[in-house]
Every structure is written in structure tokens, then in C-alpha cells.
Design a protein around this ligand. Structure first.
Ligand SMILES: O=CC(=O)O
Length: 313
């Protein structure tokens, strides 16, 4: 398999690079100055792309690689892959589900606690010596609050499980009601937002879910409500979110993702009721290594003509 060209557009994990280099001819696009020419020069040997949540494979890249057979994404979300073109051309696509579910769900709870209990702000209070001048203000309790979840897939269910341990009633929105779920279903996101305290975005990004959090949903969540986004930035109309937070129409937000990463609206930096993370939902050593093993396992399976481990298409 050493002659098979595997194109990686951006750096993702040194462990992943090392494991790919042991088996394939890994082509690190970020290390070359003339990317278009490099792709042209290697187009006869590139049979696989390893993408991730920020760099996938759009129609243009796919069209430039006539020998492309598989895109193995180092992410669970595959919104950066042109799935329609892949299906048309018979290009296989894999992702990294399950192995990152716990980390992402843990982070959703961490963000919720951080926003409601002002963990980051009060920690800064200690570091800056302000505690010596007086006690920190009271915050908001999490236990028992109603948690609304958009998308009751693997990650949504894992968030629900954790929130239940905090005695939180759970409600959800998804395209269809899940007959096997004991949680309260709302057929619209607005109704869900109006009936929960913490709203967690945990669905895949698709054309239907782009801006699923709009002005109406934000207003329904209201001045005491908290939005947690561990999905994708474009799930949220960010301009609407920012104005609602600034105007006090929304109680708070915990964000791991943004519309234009790594750009974050600077006006958010000054707000105490917002906790901002740099897209680190699956960012632990254990999980990233397990994701890397899945990426490599899928490529090996494909080139050995065995069933893919985690196929999307
Ligand atoms: O955002 C991360 C992922 O999709 O795995």
C-alpha cells in the first residue's frame, strides 16, 4: 500500500500522520508552497483524502483527483465533504462516530456548568485578586433545570444521560419523534426553546439545520435561557446570537463552534455570560488517537477490499 497517495490538506494529529506514513505515501498539503500545482503533480497517485471538521473535500478538489476512491474524515461531522458528488462518483466516505461521543457530551455539560455557575469568570476573580475585596456574586443552579436537546442521535443521547444525573428533565427536537424515547418531544425548535432552560445543539449540520437557531428560537429561549453549541457554528445565526446576548434577550451561551472559525465575534469577549472554547469537543489525547485509528482502519479496509469500519457513503 506504500505507493497509494493519501492527501491530507491540513495538520490534524501527529499520531495520525505517523500511522498513515507507516502504511501509505502521505502527502501533506500544508507543507508545500504551490498547492494547486502539487495536487496536479500527484493526481495520478492520490486515491484517498483524510479531511476533518475544517478541511474536507469540496467539488473542486474532488474534480482535480480522478483517481480518488475514498475520503476518510478525522471527524464525526462530514459537512465539509461534498457528499452529493461523492455519491455520484462512487467515492466512499467514512467518519469517526462513537469514539468521540463521551468527550463531546462531557463538554456540553462542562459548558453548561461553566455558563450557569460562571466558572471562568469566578476563576478570573480569584486570579486577579478581587476576592480579597469581597465575595463573588451568586450564580444559577444547574441541577433540576430542563435541558432541551436538538438532535437525539449518539451525542444528543449522551448529553441526555449526563443531564439526567443532574436530575434535569429532558426534552428534544428531531426531524421525527423517537418512539423508543422516554423524553418529551417537541415538533418545532421554537416550542422546545420555549420549554427549556438550557438548549443544546447536537445535530449534524445539513441544509435543513443551517441557522436552526434563529432570532425566533433565541427569543423563545429568553433572557434566562442558555444556548450550548457543540455542533457546528452555522447551526446558529451568529449575528442574531450576538445581538441577543448584548441586548440581554438571551441569558447566556456556551460555544465550542463558530460560523467562521477561528474567527470569533470580538464583542463576545467582553460578556460574562458567555463561555468560548476553540472547537475542542473531541480534543483529548485518548479520543483523538481512537479517531486516528478509525481513519487508518477505514483506509486499510478499503484498500484491502474489506468492509469499511464506519461508512457514511
Ligand atoms: O467537530 C468535530 C467532529 O465533527 O468530529
Amino acid at each position: 500500500m506504500e505507493s497509494i497517495g493519501v492527501l491530507m490538506p491540513i495538520p490534524m494529529s501527529s499520531y495520525l500522520e505517523q500511522e498513515l506514513e507507516k502504511r501509505f505515501n502521505l502527502l501533506k498539503l500544508w507543507t508545500v508552497p504551490h498547492k494547486t500545482q502539487f495536487i496536479k503533480d500527484h493526481s495520478a497517485s492520490i486515491r484517498a483524502i483524510v479531511g476533518n471538521a475544517s478541511a474536507g473535500a469540496d467539488g473542486e478538489l474532488i474534480a482535480a483527483l480522478p483517481k480518488l476512491e475514498i475520503i476518510s474524515s478525522f471527524s464525526v461531522g462530514i459537512d465539509k465533504v461534498d457528499l452529493k458528488t461523492c455519491k455520484e462518483k462512487g467515492i466512499r466516505v467514512t467518519n469517526t462516530p462513537d469514539v468521540l461521543t463521551d468527550d463531546v457530551a462531557d463538554l456540553a455539560i462542562g459548558l453548561t456548568l461553566a455558563v450557569l455557575r460562571r466558572l471562568c469568570e469566578s476563576e478570573r476573580y480569584v486570579r486577579s485578586g478581587q476576592w480579597k475585596k469581597g465575595d463573588y456574586k451568586l450564580t444559577t443552579k444547574f441541577t433540576g433545570k430542563t435541558v432541551g436537546i436538538i438532535g437525539l442521535g449518539r451525542i444528543g443521547k449522551a448529553v441526555a444521560k449526563r443531564a439526567e444525573a443532574f436530575s434535569c428533565p429532558i426534552a428534544y427536537f428531531s426531524r421525527t419523534e423517537k418512539p423508543d424515547s422516554k423524553f418529551k418531544y417537541y415538533p418545532t425548535v421554537v416550542e422546545l426553546a420555549a420549554n427549556c432552560d438550557v438548549l443544546v445543539v447536537a445535530c449534524p449540520l445539513t441544509e435543513e439545520t443551517r441557522h436552526i437557531i434563529n432570532r425566533q428560537v433565541i427569543n423563545a429561549l429568553g433572557p434566562k435561557g442558555v444556548l450550548i453549541n457543540i455542533g457546528r457554528g452555522p447551526h446558529v445565526d451568529e449575528a442574531e446570537l450576538v445581538s441577543a446576548l448584548v441586548e440581554g434577550r438571551l441569558g447566556g451561551a456556551g460555544l465550542d463552534v463558530y460560523e467562521n472559525e477561528p474567527e470569533v465575534p470580538e464583542v463576545l469577549f467582553a460578556l460574562e455570560n458567555v463561555v468560548l472554547l476553540p472547537h475542542v469537543g473531541s480534543g483529548t489525547v485518548e479520543t483523538r488517537n481512537a479517531m486516528a485509528d478509525l481513519v487508518v482502519g477505514n483506509l486499510e479496509a478499503h484498500f484491502l477490499k474489506k468492509p469499511l469500519l464506519t461508512p457514511v457513503a
